[in-house]
Design a protein around this ligand. Structure first.
Ligand SMILES: Nc1ncnc2c1ncn2[C@@H]1O[C@H](COP(=O)(O)OP(=O)(O)OP(=O)(O)O)[C@@H](O)[C@H]1O
Length: 294
């Protein structure tokens, strides 16, 4: 049995369908990125998986049990999107409280995680910045080495160094056979760490892909500074080139083909002076590849 399985999982808030007919299998030992824009239904899904919300229809199984079965809670680690901790307790007191609740947490595990994330355990939680408060939540989620980590936009507010450490922690957990369910609205974040990604939009899961496959299909926006001599047709002839615009000394296009082929085609006609590429954002990927399914 997979750590997370849902069938036809549906949630309406009043008449509003926030989640429609979700069929999802998250496999053991993978980091599964759950990717979608704001309001797509990510937190709703997570709250259903945790038994915080009741589904309108369909089923969810988490670690082989119903989400409402509290007995399996200690096998879970969870970081909510809106982490609420007791503001008057210090980080140390907060972690000690959670450790006692769960049992079996080694102090040196807490110490190691604290050091890795550079968390401040001495300040009252209410006095910490949101990023530093988030670190306390992450230590709490990881400290009992749970079988399944459910993380709702956990990167919010972390600085780049800490983010790297946190990505490494997720990868290590997966390498040890634990499962990570990571929600995010940022493709670049998810693709660094996830094995597979599910893309959700307006309450519907529109694709589940291996990250490697998604990366291969990713559209880039490219700007080339060139000398004169190039015409749009030269660039349009390269497979994967779209929306080509040639100005005097500048070419702009969207591209999902082989970069070497593009550069060779350009260099055959003119001198290439500079290249600027930007990754298409999530919305562009949706529009490019999933338009038919919307
Ligand atoms: N308690 C609620 N009552 C009514 N509508 C709600 C409620 N909670 C969420 N919604 C709506 O359901 C939709 C999905 O919300 P959800 O919080 O699951 O999205 P999300 O993908 O987590 O977004 P974000 O990235 O902004 O956190 C949104 O349109 C939201 O406005």
């Amino acid at each position: 049995m997979n750590p997370i399985e849902t069938r036809g999982l549906t949630k309406h808030y009043g008449r509003f369908p926030a989640l429609k007919d979700l069929d999802l299998d998250v496999r053991p030992g993978e980091v599964f990125g759950f990717l979608g824009p704001n309001g797509a239904g990510k937190s709703t899904t997570i709250r259903l998986l945790l038994g915080e919300l009741r589904s309108t229809a369909g089923t969810a199984t988490v670690l082989g049990a119903s989400p409402r079965d509290v007995a399996h809670r200690r096998r879970l680690g969870y970081v909510p999107a809106d982490l609420a901790l007791w503001p008057t307790m210090t980080g140390r007191q907060t972690l000690a409280f959670f450790a006692k609740l769960r049992g079996g947490v080694e102090q040196r595990r807490i110490d190691a995680l604290t050091e890795r994330l550079d968390a401040d355990l001495d300040k009252r939680v209410g006095e910490l910045s949101s990023g530093n408060r988030q670190k306390i939540g992450l230590v709490a989620a990881f400290m009992h080495s749970p079988e399944l980590l459910i993380l709702d936009e956990p990167n919010a507010g972390l600085d780049p160094l800490v983010q790297h450490e946190f990505w490494a922690m997720m990868r290590e957990a997966a390498d040890e056979g634990r499962t990570v369910f990571l929600s995010s609205h940022t493709l670049s974040e998810v693709e660094r760490v996830a094995d597979r990604v599910g893309i959700i939009r307006r309450g519907e899961l529109i694709a589940v892909e291996e990250v490697a496959a998604l990366r291969r299909r990713r559209m880039r926006h490219i700007e080339l500074d060139v000398d004169a001599g190039l015409v749009a047709a030269d660039v349009e002839a390269v497979a994967g080139a779209r929306d080509v615009v040639v100005l005097d000394d500048r070419v702009e296009l969207n591209f999902d083909g082989d970069m070497a082929a593009l550069l060779a085609a350009v260099s055959a006609r003119t001198t290439l002076r500079d290249i600027h590429t930007t990754e298409a954002d999530l919305e562009d990927i949706f529009l490019t590849y999933y338009q038919d399914q919307s």
